[in-house]
Ligand binder design. Structure first.
Ligand code: CTP
Ligand code: MG
Length: 178
């Protein structure tokens, strides 16, 4: 398979996850998921950057992107699931839940390492959400997986995440460019 085709199919697959990861910056806020709770180390469970509204906004965005993809791609030559629109919606849901859960796990580990909310952590910020998104959607998307595919998505996610954060900072959506 041509590299461009390989890359494009994987981008279509991971797109709901990228939306889930970025929408909370705009639609998040309000009560934190951990309700301010701290662990024995004196640090917050997740911190103020992880809100209930942000979590559900992220999952909803992924489902929406999945549904739109399903309507546009199902039955075409770019159909990545080949079993109708419902598969795209389910993939969106799994990618969304995986992304937002991985994002929480990343913040949980950052707090345990004493990294305060909003401070960057290369692996935890950029690759934790991807790992969980891939894990949860694997049963549906196993046919898209290979070592090359996972490596490609890791590298792509790294650059997209860095680029998106710089853009969000320039647009005034985020105080820091990471
Ligand atoms: N956000 C949210 N709810 C979530 C995830 C994100 O409301 N479940 C919003 C918050 O306003 C957060 C912003 O999106 O500040 C950026 O998300 P992220 O970079 O993941 O959070 P940080 O503030 O950097 O916190 P952390 O150090 O825990 O990653
Ligand atoms: Mg951050």
């Amino acid at each position: 398979m041509d590299f461009a085709v390989f890359a494009f199919r994987l981008i279509l697959y991971i797109l709901p996850s990228y939306f889930a990861n970025s929408v909370p910056v705009v639609l998040g806020g309000g009560a934190p998921i951990d309700s301010g709770r701290k662990l024995g180390d004196g640090q917050r469970l997740f911190g103020d950057g992880k809100t209930v509204r942000g979590f559900f906004a992220g999952v909803a965005a992924a489902v929406l992107v999945g549904a739109v993809e399903g309507m546009l791609l199902s039955g075409t030559q770019w159909d990545i699931y080949g079993t109708g629109i419902a598969a795209y919606i389910l993939a969106g849901l799994l990618l969304g839940i995986g992304t937002m859960t991985g994002d929480l796990v990343g913040s949980f580990i950052k707090r345990r390492q004493g990294i305060s909310r909003g401070k960057p952590s290369l692996i935890l910020d950029q690759l934790m959400f991807l790992a969980f998104a891939l894990l949860l959607s694997y049963p549906l998307a196993a046919h898209l997986f290979s070592l090359e595919a996972v490596l490609f998505l890791g590298v792509l996610t790294y650059f997209v995440h860095v680029g998106a954060n710089i853009l969000a900072n320039r647009l005034g959506l985020k105080k820091v460019p990471w």
